[in-house]
Each structure stands twice: as structure tokens, then as C-alpha cells.
Design a protein around this ligand. Structure first.
Ligand code: SF4
Length: 219
């Protein structure tokens, strides 16, 4: 995977660095080394599929592939007619690198974890930018990614999302009994599709300047 687009700022944020903290050159060098290692092992893949959406009373959501109740997601999906169900993964190679350094050098393993998280997010953003462009050409407008576990969207829906995409067979993503995904750097999400021309920020509502937006994702 091309690591040049991965936000170094995000890696440092996942490591707990705040804006005002001074970052030592050695940390920056280590971040580069970790991204290099991960870039060699990552095999990013994704799947996406559209489903019709029905929003009921009491925050009921029926997407065909899953049914749930979530106030936060219902608000985000208002005025949408369809949803895109999405899954992406970096593959098992990045997990093996992290596991190796868990035994060899814990300080590097911590940076690898942060770098791999920034890497899967960057990959998801790239795919979503392409989807946004493709759907906007057909006058469909994409809401930001909303993942199970975010706000009151139940984490248990992860299983239905993966089944709806056949992601086990096609991407090799499995769920542990605690609903964690393996490979660990995997993401599932839904994105509303609306005919209303709202040009959402791919990086999500937190990065969007429309603070009074009626669909703003809240947790
Ligand atoms: S706040 Fe921005 S990104 Fe979020 S739903 Fe509204 S327009 Fe889209």
C-alpha cells in the first residue's frame, strides 16, 4: 500500500500526542519505519453493497441486511432512501507484524498499532471519496461512514453487515465471540444515500464545518 497519504498527524493522535506536545525526531523516525513495515504487508481490500432503507417509528432501522434500533444512526440517515453497507480490511499481514513486535519490542508494537489504525482509516477515506464521486454523478449523495459500536448503533450489528457482504468468504473477516474483527485492522460501516444534495465530509461530521446540520452524527 502507498503510505505517503497516511496522515502522520493521525498516527501521533492515536499515540496520544496533543497539538501542543513537542514531538522528538526519534518518534517521527520510528513512525516512518513502522509505516514502511506495514506498507509492505498491508493488502487493503473492501466490499460495498447497496440496500433499500426503511426508517420506522421509535428509531427503527431496516436495511434488509440488518434491522436495529438506534437514535444516533436514525438521525444521520434521515431523508435517505438507501444505504451502502461497507467493509474494508488491511488483511492479516499487518496483524502478524504487530504480533511479532509485541514479543520483540513493545515500544515499536505500540507505534505499529497507531500507524495501522491511521492506515485503515486513510484507505476507507480513499474508497469513500471514489464512491462519493461515483454516486454524485448519478445525483445520489453520501452521508459519512457510521460504524457499529458508534453512539447507540449496536456493535452486534457487525455480524449482519459482514454476512450481508459475504465478507467472511470474500475478505477473510471473522468475528471473535466479543464481536471484535479479525484481521484487527478492519472496518464495517453504513452510509446513507440521499437524493438531497448534502455534500458530506468524507472524514465525517467531526471534520465538517456544518455544525447546524440536521443529520450531524452524534455519539
Ligand atoms: S455534519 Fe457535515 S458530514 Fe455530517 S451529515 Fe451534516 S453535512 Fe454531512
Amino acid at each position: 500500500m502507498d503510505i505517503s497519504a497516511v496522515s502522520r498527524k493521525e498516527v501521533l493522535r492515536y499515540l496520544g500526542y496533543k497539538g501542543t506536545m513537542e514531538i522528538q525526531g526519534a518518534v517521527e523516525d520510528e513512525v516512518e519505519a513502522c509505516l514502511e513495515l506495514l506498507g509492505q504487508k498491508a493488502e487493503p481490500k473492501h466490499l460495498v453493497r447497496s440496500f433499500p432503507l426503511r426508517l420506522g417509528t421509535e428509531y427503527e432501522i431496516d436495511c434488509g441486511c440488518f434491522c436495529t434500533r438506534s437514535k444516533n444512526l436514525s438521525k444521520n440517515l434521515q431523508e435517505c432512501e438507501m444505504v451502502l453497507v461497507f467493509a474494508a480490511t488491511l488483511g492479516l499481514g499487518t496483524d502478524y507484524v504487530i504480533q511479532k513486535y509485541n514479543h520483540l519490542q513493545m515500544s515499536r508494537a505500540v507505534i505499529l498499532q497507531a500507524a495501522a489504525t491511521a492506515m485503515i482509516e486513510e484507505y476507507c477515506d480513499q474508497v469513500c471519496r471514489e464512491l462519493k464521486e461515483r454516486y454524485e454523478a448519478g445525483e445520489w449523495y453520501l452521508r459519512p461512514r457510521f460504524s457499529p459500536g458508534y453512539g447507540d448503533f449496536p456493535l452486534e450489528c457487525q455480524s449482519s453487515l459482514l454476512d450481508g457482504l459475504e465478507a467472511g468468504k470474500r475478505l477473510g473477516i471473522r468475528l471473535t465471540s466479543g464481536c471484535l474483527m479479525m484481521p484487527s485492522k478492519s472496518v464495517t460501516a453504513v452510509m446513507g444515500l440521499s437524493r438531497k444534495p448534502y455534500r458530506c465530509e468524507v472524514k465525517g461530521c467531526e471534520a465538517c464545518g456544518k455544525t447546524d446540520c440536521a443529520y450531524r452524527r452524534e455519539t
